[in-house]
Design a protein around this ligand. Structure first.
Ligand code: AHR
Length: 493
């Protein structure tokens, strides 16, 4: 039997709600046929957005939504997405994707979606194919007070008199790759150039600028960026990095399939996913080494399991669409627990992506729209947002084949303890102890558990994987089923 101690007196930090953030790019089926069906669609919609998805997304209290990319952002001209006559363009992804960009969803529509689901917006600015002046103009268009400037009046003519609330602006995307193939030093200089003008807007109208960070464990990027920014640049409020979990089978050299839950696929996936903890510590410690930890708090604005294409409902029609099973649910819980446990270093994280793409929460096509196991984990963990993270310690927890991932937080007199059993095959007995404070031993738990690890939801069986509410007695050990996720709410007496 293992023991888990929730250390009431060992506080980490308040968990920024933005750690429970999302990402929606103009790619594959995320926007078109995903969240957006169009105002004239027979599919029930709220001003063009899929009604069912709006309702379910709102339920999990989404904290922040990143848009319009991803790589797409670096070819995006914001002017294409406003006003009546919208041009059709090649999309960044057109070489791999069959869709052209209709620009039906632009700034006004996206902000309408954010407002209807109650999430903050995080815009990714194009810095490789526009000028700093054009970047500044998009910001002015969005943020200038009602009636104040010609751009504010243009916004009003397009249906929005009051400024939009956009608290976060990313300066570029993956600038080591699709975003200009830059070196970290070159990017840092570009950052200085763009942020000087962007900051000129945010200084008066509010907003945080986020620097484009590394690919996974590329610490050289973080060194180069932090070094240049520490010498001169203070107009920075965070640093992104991206971390995807896609693992190749050492024998075939091909990525493991979405629904491959063989022992090798399972544990290779868990180990890769767990590696994000190391990346968090090291990127942050580099920022600390340059005295930049307050300016370069981490924004993990793309994360998730990236399996091969083709396992989703459209069988490859939607680019990067994949099925999502209990394997993805356990990886979700593992990431969110790690983020809570490092909430002193992380200001935001955005799972990639919201619908029909990579590690998604929704799969939607025509009239169908279902939630994935990942969605349920976000639902089960949502009360961590804004809570005080407490340290948890699990005894005898080194062996990945019977490992428990854990985190805990305190809010409104209640602890939320979230657990994932990373074992593919073994149930684990766990006693939970909260020393130093008296708690109700009877507690409510939400459990996501299936007999088969590759269990997943489909249009035909949308509720094959859904959480069950049970009551647990904390005076006795709990049984955490193999490959399961559990969230326990414990009241202080
Ligand atoms: O999420 C899909 C793509 O992955 C994004 O556009 C890009 O930023 C990353 O490489």
């Amino acid at each position: 039997m293992k023991k888990l101690h929730v250390l009431y007196h060992d506080r980490i930090s308040t968990i920024a709600p933005e750690i429970y953030g999302h990402f929606s790019e103009h790619i594959g089926g995320v926007i078109y046929d995903g969240i957006w069906v169009g105002k004239d669609s027979p599919i029930p919609n709220v001003r063009g957005f899929r009604k069912d998805l709006v309702k379910k997304f709102k339920r999990i209290k989404p904290a922040v939504l990143r848009w319009p990319g991803g790589c797409f952002a670096e070819t995006y001209n914001w002017r294409d997405g406003i006003g009546k006559d919208r041009p059709t363009r090649l999309n960044w992804w057109t070489p791999y994707d069959h869709r052209y960009e209709s620009n039906e969803v632009g700034t006004h529509e996206f902000m309408d979606f954010c407002e209807m689901v109650g999430t903050k917006a995080y815009f990714a600015m194009n810095i490789t194919s526009i000028t700093p002046m054009q970047a500044r103009e998009w910001m002015e268009y969005c943020l200038a007070p009602k009636g104040s400037t010609t751009l504010a009046l243009e916004r009003e003519r397009n249906g929005r008199a009051e400024p939009f609330d956009i608290p976060y602006w990313g300066v570029g995307n993956e600038n080591w790759g699709g975003g200009g193939n830059m070196t970290p030093e070159f990017y840092a200089l570009e950052y200085r150039r763009f942020s000087t003008l962007m900051r000129n807007i945010t200084r008066d109208l509010g907003g945080t600028l986020i620097a484009g960070g590394a690919d996974g464990k590329d610490y050289n990027w973080t060194h180069g960026l932090a070094k240049v920014l520490s010498t001169s640049e203070k107009h920075v409020g965070g640093m992104s990095f991206h971390y995807y979990t896609g693992v190749k089978d050492p024998l075939t050299k091909k990525k493991y399939e979405a629904l491959d839950c063989s022992e090798s696929a399972w544990y290779a996936t868990m180990e890769k996913a767990e590696g994000i903890e190391d990346a968090i510590k090291r990127h942050y410690s580099i920022a600390q080494a340059y005295g930049m930890e307050d300016k370069l708090k981490l924004v993990i604005d793309e994360w998730g399991c990236w399996h091969p294409d083709g396992s989703g409902p459209t069988k490859g029609y939607n680019l990067f669409e994949q099925q999502s099973s209990m394997k993805d649910a356990v990886v979700t819980a593992l990431h969110l627990n790690i983020f809570n446990n490092h909430s002193d270093k992380i200001m935001m994280a955005n799972v990639a992506q919201l619908c029909n793409n990579i590690h998604c929460l929704f799969l939607a096509n025509k009239e169908n729209c279902i939630t994935t196991p990942t969605y349920h984990v976000f639902d089960m963990f949502k009360e961590h947002q804004g809570a005080l993270a407490l340290k948890t310690v699990a005894e005898e927890n080194d062996d990945i084949t019977e490992k428990i991932s854990s985190s805990a937080s305190l809010k409104d007199g209640k602890f939320l303890i979230t657990l994932a059993n990373l074992s593919l095959e073994k149930d684990v007995e766990l006693s939970v102890d909260v020393p130093g404070i008296s708690v109700d031993e009877e507690a409510e738990a939400s459990v996501l558990s299936t007999e088969k690890a590759d269990a997943h939801n489909t249009f035909a069986e949308p509720e094959a994987v859904t959480p069950q509410v049970v009551f647990v007695d904390l005076s006795k050990p709990l049984t955490l089923k193999k490959h399961s996720v559990t969230a326990i709410t414990v009241k202080i007496k």
